[in-house]
Write a protein of this length. Structure first.
Length: 378
C-alpha cells in the first residue's frame, strides 16, 4: 500500500498569464488576460483527452505564469473541469502559486473553498530595492502582509520562493532576508540562484559570478539548516519531511505526471511529451480537435539511467551504490559527495555542481546492452 501511494501520479496545470513579465523568468507566459476564457476551454478539452489514461492523482499543482491573476469564477471553472474527468486521492496535496500583490482575503477564501491546501508565495526578497531590480510590482511590506494573510486565512502549508545572487544584491541583505524568512516559520522554502532569460532581458539584471553564487547558496543552506529545515533537494527546504513538496518529488523520483496547458510537460512509463509554448496555437489545436503536443520522446534504457542519476543526485536521498558502476575518487576527495548506508549523497557544495557530478558518473556507465543493473531509484 505504501509503495502504491508513492507511485500515484501528479497533475500540473500551466496558467500562462502574468500582469507583467519578470526579466529573469524563462517560463512561457502572456500578458493578454483576454485569452483566459479560451485557455479555460482548451484545458477542459485537453483534460478530457487524458481521461482514464492516469489512474489516481494525489497532487495538483497550479503554476505559471501567475495563477493568482485568475478571478474566483475562472478558478472555479478550472477546478470543477478537472474534477469532472480525473480522480483525486483523499488527502491530495493541492498547490497554487501566487504573487503577493494579487492576494486578497476573498481570493484566499476561494482557494481554501476549492480545496487548495498548500500555497506558494513568490516573495523573492524582503528588500524594496531588490524587488525593484527584479522587476516586481510590489514592495517588501506587501510581501510580509501576503504571508500574514495566507496564515490567517487558514493555510497551514506555505512555501516562500526566494531569489539570490544577482548583481545589486549584497550578502548582508541576503542574510537579512533569510533571517526574516526563518522568523515567519513557513513550512517550506525554495531558494533559487538568479537565471536570466536571454531572449528578453532587462538591463542591469544578471547573475553574480560562480564564487559569489556559491557564497549566497551556502549561506542559505547553513541558515536554514541551523533553523531546523531539511535540505531535501538542491533548491528546496522543508521544516519536516511531511512538508516536502509532494508534487515536485514526483519529478525528482521519476513518478508519472500529467501537464495541461501551453508549454506543459508530461511523463508516463518512460515516455515524455510537451505542449507547444504558444497559447493561441494551443487553443486553436484543441478547438479543432487536434493534439497540442509539440514533441514526444521515448527514453531508451541508457537515457533513463542518465536521467535517474541526475535527478537522484538532486535529492538528499541520493543514489543507491548498487546501481552505479563506480564512484570517481575526485567526487569524494573533492568534498562533493559522501557515502552512507550504501548510498551516494551530494554535500551542500556538491548540490551546486550536480550536473558536473552527474557527468562524471555518466562517463562510467556501461554501454547499452550491458546486463549490469541500471542506475536508478531503489
Amino acid at each position: 500500500m505504501k509503495n502504491s501511494r508513492r507511485r500515484r501520479s501528479g497533475l500540473y496545470i500551466q496558467v500562462p498569464f502574468c500582469r507583467s513579465r519578470c526579466p529573469y523568468c524563462h517560463f512561457y507566459s502572456t500578458t493578454d488576460l483576454d485569452l483566459i476564457p479560451a485557455w479555460l476551454e482548451a484545458v477542459r478539452i485537453e483534460a478530457a483527452r487524458y481521461q482514464g489514461r492516469f489512474s489516481v492523482f494525489d497532487t495538483l499543482y497550479l503554476g505559471g505564469g501567475t495563477p493568482s491573476v485568475l478571478e474566483a469564477a475562472d478558478l472555479h471553472r478550472l477546478v470543477e473541469g478537472v474534477r469532472a474527468v480525473f480522480f483525486f486521492a483523499s488527502g491530495a496535496e493541492w498547490t497554487i502559486e501566487v504573487n503577493p500583490d494579487d492576494l486578497t482575503p476573498g481570493k484566499l477564501k476561494t482557494y481554501r473553498r476549492l480545496g487548495f491546501n498548500r500555497i506558494s508565495l513568490g516573495l523573492q526578497s524582503f528588500h524594496d530595492r531588490e524587488l525593484r531590480l527584479l522587476g516586481r510590482r510590489y514592495g517588501a511590506e506587501t510581501a510580509r502582509r501576503s504571508f500574514r494573510m495566507a496564515r490567517e486565512s487558514g493555510f497551514e502549508n506555505i512555501n516562500l520562493d526566494l531569489i539570490c545572487a544577482f548583481r545589486g544584491q549584497c550578502l548582508k541583505d541576503w542574510r537579512l532576508t533569510l533571517k526574516e524568512t526563518v522568523e515567519l516559520q513557513p513550512e517550506h522554502v525554495s531558494t533559487y540562484l538568479l537565471e536570466t532569460d536571454l531572449s528578453w532581458n532587462r538591463p542591469g539584471i544578471s547573475p553574480l559570478g560562480e564564487s559569489e553564487q556559491e557564497s549566497f547558496y551556502l549561506e542559505a543552506a547553513e541558515r536554514l539548516a541551523n533553523s531546523g529545515y531539511l535540505h531535501y533537494e538542491v533548491s528546496n527546504f522543508a521544516r519536516k519531511r511531511g512538508w516536502r513538496s509532494r508534487h515536485n518529488l514526483k519529478y525528482w523520483n521519476g513518478v508519472d505526471y500529467l501537464g495541461l496547458g501551453p508549454d506543459a510537460h508530461s511523463f508516463q512509463s518512460g515516455r515524455r511529451w510537451w505542449n507547444a509554448a504558444d497559447l493561441p496555437a494551443y487553443c486553436r489545436h484543441l478547438r479543432l480537435g487536434r493534439d497540442p503536443v509539440a514533441g514526444l520522446e521515448e527514453l531508451t534504457s541508457e537515457e533513463r539511467r542518465r536521467e535517474n542519476i541526475y535527478l537522484g543526485l538532486r535529492t538528499s536521498r541520493g543514489l543507491s551504490l548498487a546501481g552505479l558502476p563506480g564512484v570517481p575518487e575526485e567526487i569524494l576527495s573533492g568534498g562533493l559527495a559522501t557515502i552512507a548506508r550504501g548510498r551516494l549523497c551530494l554535500t551542500e557544495r556538491g548540490f551546486l555542481l550536480a550536473e558536473f557530478v552527474s557527468g562524471l558518473l555518466w562517463d562510467r556507465l556501461p554501454l547499452a546492452g550491458n546486463p549490469r543493473q541500471p542506475a536508478g531509484f531503489q
